[in-house]
Design a protein around this ligand. Structure first.
Ligand SMILES: Cc1cc2nc3c(=O)[nH]c(=O)nc-3n(C[C@H](O)[C@H](O)[C@H](O)COP(=O)(O)OP(=O)(O)OC[C@H]3O[C@@H](n4cnc5c(N)ncnc54)[C@H](O)[C@@H]3O)c2cc1C
Length: 350
């Protein structure tokens, strides 16, 4: 166990999971965050969904990530005295004949079986347009991301390990033995700074393909429906009585927080083709998802700077994957465990 602490830069889903992993092992750390009002993790809807996308495939290594996420967030909830992880019903409605045909082909595949609910969804036809032709998923969940981030931050602040600062890469000096920042020595620095890493001078070669995304806040009378619904867009009933609807993917964008009007209009149109009851959009949040080429998270140390580590590329799966990914990186740094070749920055980044 290192006597010197580890420096984590960024308190999004990646940095928060890293901090908890270190705390669980009793390893000292400092976590630093810019404390921006709007970040990707703060905007995230927190959905954890096994069968996704137009191709109706089971998300990569879902069972492994989900098992770890379930245990991790339950433990966090117990420590924080605040539950933040909730299993949720999830109904996927099929859009058109092509999707229905695909579904009939895929529904018997062995990898789908653990995630298919045996009962049909039985939706209220007064609330939902075309409620037939859908299926319910099992092992879906919702992470209350803002609560998880804020209560974790408060916990770390009470320990004296959370600091607000905009860390400049030039101010973090590393050598073979460790890292120095703000007059303090660390064994490693882990950059977990989301899409801002695109501008990091040591990491400019990582093939980011980040995408801006928007989530709407919506008011509609769902007549008690509590499941997540998805056709063309997803709709999440929120405990505060409102709904979240999303999300857009903008692969070309300028600023991080102002969405393109046509993307928002398309999202609203998708929402109206899903909901039969009147819906009012009362808010909107936009941020950039850190995506790396091939939609793969990457981690590890910099090839020429062994004390400089990296965890990024959580894409649209940060809630699901960050607990397992953070554990894997910490075991690599502290125990010398080999990284999964598919996630190893040094094998896949260039
Ligand atoms: C619209 C939208 C909807 C989404 N919905 C979901 C969903 O339903 N489910 C899901 O799992 N995921 C969802 N995501 C994706 C999820 O948000 C990301 O996977 C996740 O937030 C990425 O976390 P991160 O910690 O890597 O990055 P970030 O959240 O960007 O965190 C990085 C942190 O580092 C800080 N930082 C950066 N540079 C510095 C610096 N130099 N010094 C100090 N601090 C710094 C930033 O301020 C920030 O707090 C969604 C994303 C968007 C945009």
């Amino acid at each position: 166990m290192p006597a010197t602490p580890i420096l984590i830069i960024g308190q999004g889903l990646a940095g928060t999971a890293l901090a908890w992993r270190l705390w669980e092992r009793g390893v000292p750390f400092v976590i630093v965050d810019r404390d921006e009002a709007v970040t990707c993790s703060k905007v995230a809807a927190g959905l954890i969904t096994p069968i996704t996308g137009m191709r109706l495939t089971v998300s990569w290594r879902y069972a492994m990530f989900y098992r770890e996420a379930l245990r991790f967030y339950r433990r966090c909830g117990q420590r924080l005295g605040q539950r933040c992880f909730f299993p949720r019903g999830y109904v996927r409605l099929l859009k058109n004949e092509a999707e229905i045909a695909k579904w009939h082909k895929r529904r018997r595949d062995p990898d789908m079986q653990p995630f298919l609910h045996p009962q049909p969804p039985e939706l209220d036809a007064e609330v939902i347009h075309e409620p037939a032709n859908g299926f319910q998923q099992r092992h879906a969940a919702w992470l209350d991301t803002p609560t998880y981030l804020q209560t974790s931050r408060d916990f770390f602040a009470t320990l004296g390990t959370w600091t607000q600062a905009d860390v400049q890469p030039a101010d973090v000096r590393d050598d073979a033995a460790g890292v120095e920042w703000n007059g303090q020595r660390f064994s490693h620095v882990i950059w977990a700074q989301g899409w801002s890493a695109e501008k990091h001078p040591l990491l400019h070669w990582v093939p980011f393909q980040s995408a801006r995304g928007t989530v709407l806040t919506v008011e509609a009378d769902m007549r008690g429906e509590q499941r997540v619904l998805n056709r063309g867009c997803w709709l999440l009933p929120h405990p505060d009585g409102t709904l979240r609807a999303g999300s857009t993917y903008e692969w070309k964008f300028d600023g991080p927080h102002t969405p393109a009007a046509d993307q928002v209009a398309q999202l609203e149109a998708n929402l109206r083709s899903l909901l039969k009851v009147p819906a009012t959009v009362t808010g909107m949040q936009t941020a950039v998802r850190p995506i790396i080429k091939n939609q793969q998270a990457l981690m590890g140390t910099h090839p020429a700077h062994p004390r400089v580590a990296f965890l990024n590329g959580l894409g649209s799966k940060g809630s699901l994957r960050s607990p397992w990914l953070a554990k894997h990186l910490i075991e690599h740094l502290l125990d010398g465990t080999a990284l999964d070749p598919e996630l190893d920055l040094q094998r896949n980044g260039i």
